[in-house]
Design a protein around this ligand. Structure first.
Ligand code: SF4
Length: 898
């Protein structure tokens, strides 16, 4: 077997320059392995994406690299096997299915977590070797509407600008993007630019009031799904106020008249826009006026725009306004799609979507098919698109796809109508899963498990949202028998008889082939071109510096901006306006399901939590899944703050904690996307989400599902903190979160135990010696509090009450840091409140330094810390990753009002 090489570029003896594996900002990271299997991580001051900054997730990367829970050996039917066995089994099973049912009976479902080299080999395996286009990616869920919108407008999937544009703009419009939480380092860059240049304005367009609004001069809380009306209205306003750029429109675009006509028909007047978007007319006019008079405008958009059954139209409605004003391709201006995943862009570059070919070429283009086929020496390149993600799993459920290979993703959690995905996998003839984690909601349906490398062990490249390719470098030894994904797929391909096309000596040779294909017979005809990187030596590849494509032959330093010359990639070189009219979301609220469910991310978790939930400090900020509900909706449906609430749709239901807030838009409910069956009993929100998709991009409508809510009223509520993991049986609701020295469980039950103390002993596995209990029980009132001690050390504690009103967990949690409690602490245990002289820090705001809300309020009041800087000086909060700064500002503002 070919060994996976461990390339390193060291800054000190052990420090390795690599890239964060989370969001599409693509921050540079300097990582140093520790002897205990963890790692130290700091921001790379030389990386142009972040210049040393890291957000809370990036800063905690070192705490996520231990080997607990890792999949380290290949398995077939749950039994460990050799790699040779596993690979031969996969190859022969796929071959048999192809011979019996045809090539399209096989599919790959891959991920924006893959490195470009992994992605390239997987795509070549499908489209060049097997001859099926049935390879799609979870990036379909993230930004496929942007891809489709770019291609309609530009003739290519090109992000025109770069991150510097965000700092140079005089107006940054953030639409459908909670940048503060989802792309925090970009948010910090915008925030700093605004501080440095107070004339710079930020406008946030989002149905919810999010942390991003902390830097907004204006927040437009538009009705869910009304983005097209908003930007069509802007196009009309620009035209009516003579704010277009007729020279640019004439020279470099086509279709402006039709687009303007469609926009006028859609929203004839400002009042129509205001009504459709449910916005205040004055606020709307302010947005339009600022946009009209500001030349340097960047419009940043993300999942709030893309994840819609009309996502592609929304993207083009935004691009239309930039084309109309000629604000594209120049410093400080342009439409800017920011991707959710670390390598969504790399996946696009290799053609990892079912309707694309490699190197930004098109399956629907016969010339492209011929070119790629010739380059790959393959006569099997398919001439029709494969199944897009949602349809792919429908085909699995319908038995049309007999074998699915899922790589580095967790579709049982993340796809809409997720229960039907689960059912499809459970009935599928062959499910192969390559992952680095042993137990996920998806691996439980795998017939074959293949252990993949994790971040820290991987080696290759990723591309961030500004087209910048960076190296991810390994700095940890390969654990167990884990292998690189490119290697695994290549070895299966070899065993299926395609060896000549998959003889890659190392990861660098995969990159060189990818780069060579991008430059093959390109001559400037295609946007994606890495021709200058096609002949890198091993050393040059190892030392590759971050570079923005295209990097054509003779231009190895890359390209900062695209379209500055007015040349686009349609045959006539002109950009296209797209005529758009508003289309309502596919599934509208009804009497039975009167609210609209919106889903998204929280500050400190990533995707399905397989990595971030390992870091205790990342679980402190939001330890429990929740539904954010407007107070009037809460009142209407009798939901109370802190209680449990069921969120129910035609597709499924969850039970989560209710957070009542005017930050929510009335008529909608927000629930985070992260929790799954590994961390909670009933919080897999994508089981509730409708499977409607955009007809052009196939991107699911993850931001708009009709739901109803109702209070969930168990007989008892409780929580439990334990130094060791427990098996939680016999409860109706549970959520698990790893803490520093303990695991936290939130609990609720529909049955009251006959005898609380016996129940508690059974639950906490009280087998140790020298155990003592401190207890209070009132069976009639349904109250129980028990603390299990070994000597003077707390081992576990459990608090139960008939309502959710229970002591704050933070002070009790702090006791787990202590080897011995003093008398006053022991005396205060059952109260669950600190003794005199100690403080309950309250819910964690700053995860880096575990600074709680109560501590912050106390600091603001007693020390009169009137600024973020003053808080930082006193408590260090906000001085490391800066992710909590928006919340610090909110707290400061609230305290000023008190
Ligand atoms: Fe990673 Fe945070 Fe940077 Fe995103 S913003 S790449 S999550 S450090």
């Amino acid at each position: 077997m070919t060994a996976t090489p461990a390339n390193t570029m060291q800054t000190t003896d052990k420090e390795v320059r690599t890239t964060c594996p989370y969001c599409g900002v693509g921050c540079g990271v300097l990582a140093t392995p520790n002897d205990d299997g963890t790692a130290q991580v700091r921001g790379d001051t030389e990386h142009p994406a972040n210049f040393g900054r890291l957000c809370s997730k990036g800063a905690a990367l070192g705490a996520t690299v231990d080997l607990s829970g890792r999949l380290l050996y290949p398995e077939i039917a749950g039994a460990r096997v050799s790699w040779d066995n596993a690979l031969s089994h996969v190859a022969s099973s796929l071959q048999t299915i192809i011979e019996t049912h045809g090539r399209d009976a096989v599919a790959l479902y891959v991920s924006g977590q893959l490195l470009t080299e992994d992605y390239y080999v997987a795509n070549k395996f499908c489209k060049g070797a097997i001859g099926t286009a049935n390879i799609d990616t979870n990036s379909r869920l993230c930004m496929s509407s942007s891809v489709a919108g770019h291609k309609r407008a530009f003739g290519s999937d090109t992000v025109p600008g770069n991150y510097e544009d965000l700092e140079q703009a005089d107006l940054v419009v953030l639409t459908g993007s909670n940048t503060a939480w989802c792309h925090p380092v970009l948010f910090q860059r915008i925030s700093k630019a605004k501080t440095d240049r107070p004339g710079c304005r930020v406008i946030v367009i989002d149905p919810r009031r999010t942390a991003t609004c902390e830097i907004a001069d204006l927040h437009l809380p538009l009705a869910l799904g009304s983005d097209v009306a908003l930007f069509n209205g802007l196009l009309v306003y620009l035209a009516d106020h003579d704010a277009g750029n007729p020279w640019f429109v004439e020279q470099f675009t086509s279709g402006s008249d039709a687009a303007l006509k469609a926009a006028r028909e859609d929203v004839p007047t400002l009042a129509d826009v205001a009504r459709r978007c449910d916005l205040n007319e004055n606020q709307l006019r302010e947005f339009y006026e600022v946009f009209t008079r500001t030349t340097k405008v960047v419009t940043v958009y993300s999942q709030g725009v893309n994840q819609s059954s009309s996502g592609t139209d929304k993207v083009n409605a935004i691009i239309n306004c930039h084309l109309y004003t000629g604000r594209i391709g120049r410093p400080g201006m342009g439409p800017f799609s920011v991707t959710g995943q670390p390598n969504a862009m790399g996946g696009r570059e290799v053609g990892g979507l079912a309707n694309q070919l490699a190197a930004h070429m098109d399956l629907s283009n016969a010339q492209h098919r011929e070119l790629v086929g010739r380059f790959w020496n393959s006569d099997r390149v398919p001439d029709k698109p494969g199944l897009l993600a949602v349809d792919m799993f429908r085909a699995v459920g319908a038995g049309k796809i007999k074998a699915i290979w899922i790589i580095a993703t967790n579709p049982v959690v993340s796809l809409p109508d997720a229960d039907s995905v689960r059912d499809a996998l459970s009935s599928c003839e062959l499910v192969i899963v390559s992952d680095c984690i042993r137990n996920t909601d998806t691996t439980r349906y795998a017939h074959v498990l293949l252990p993949a490398l994790a971040w820290g062990e991987k080696d290759g490249t990723v591309t961030n949202s500004e087209r910048r390719i960076s190296r991810q470098r390994s700095f940890l030894p390969v654990p167990g028998e884990a292998k690189a994904d490119w290697w695994i797929v290549g070895e299966v391909a070899k065993r299926m008889g395609y060896g000549a096309s998959f003889n890659f000596a190392d990861v660098g040779s995969v990159f060189r082939e990818h780069a060579a294909l991008s430059g093959f017979e390109n001559a400037g005809s295609r946007d994606f071109d890495l021709g200058s990187l096609a002949n890198l030596s091993v050393e040059q590849y190892d030392n590759l510096q971050p570079v923005q494509w295209p990097a054509r032959v003779g231009n190895a330093s890359g390209t900062a901006r695209m379209f500055g010359d007015g040349r686009f990639y349609h045959p006539d070189t002109k950009a296209r306006f797209i005529a758009i009219q508003t289309v309502a979301p596919k599934n509208l609220p009804t009497d039975d399901f009167p609210l609209a469910l919106n889903t998204g991310r929280v500050r400190d978790q990533w995707h399905t939590m397989t990595r971030t939930a390992r870091a205790a400090r990342l679980n402190e900020h939001t330890p429990e899944p929740y539904a954010e509900i407007h107070p009037q909706d809460a009142q209407r449906f009798a939901v109370v703050e802190g209680g449990l609430v069921q969120v129910i749709s035609r597709w499924g239901e969850v039970i989560v904690r209710a957070v009542i807030s005017t930050n929510a838009r009335r008529g909608s409910v927000f629930v985070p996307m992260h929790w799954n069956d590994q961390f909670a009993s009933h919080a897999r929100i994508d089981a509730v989400v409708n499977p409607a998709v955009d007809p052009i991009s196939g991107q699911p409508e993850l931001k708009h599902t009709p739901v109803r809510i109702r209070p969930y009223t168990p007989k008892w509520h409780g929580f439990l903190l334990s130094r060791r993991a427990l098996t939680i049986d016999g409860v109706s609701y549970w959520v698990r979160a790893n803490g520093r020295q303990f695991i936290r469980y939130e609990l609720a039950g529909e049955q009251r135990p006959d005898h609380w103390p016996s129940w508690a002993r059974q639950l906490l596995c009280a087998q140790d010696n020298d155990v003592s209990w401190v207890e209070y029980s009132d069976a009639r009132a349904g109250r129980y509090r028990g603390v299990r001690m070994i000597g003077k050390r707390v081992e576990s504690c459990i608090f139960v009450a008939p309502t959710p009103e229970l002591p704050s967990r933070e002070w009790l949690a702090s006791l787990f840091d202590k080897e011995s409690l003093d008398e006053s602490e022991r005396g205060a245990l059952l109260r669950g409140q600190p003794p005199a002289g100690q403080q309950d820090i309250g819910p964690i705001v700053c995860a880096c330094f575990s600074v709680g809300r109560n501590t912050l309020i106390d600091c603001i009041r007693s020390q009169q810390a009137g600024s973020v800087e003053a808080i930082g000086k006193a408590l260090r909060a906000g001085t490391n990753c800066g992710s909590c700064i928006p919340e610090l500002k909110t707290l400061l503002a609230l305290q000023k009002k008190v």
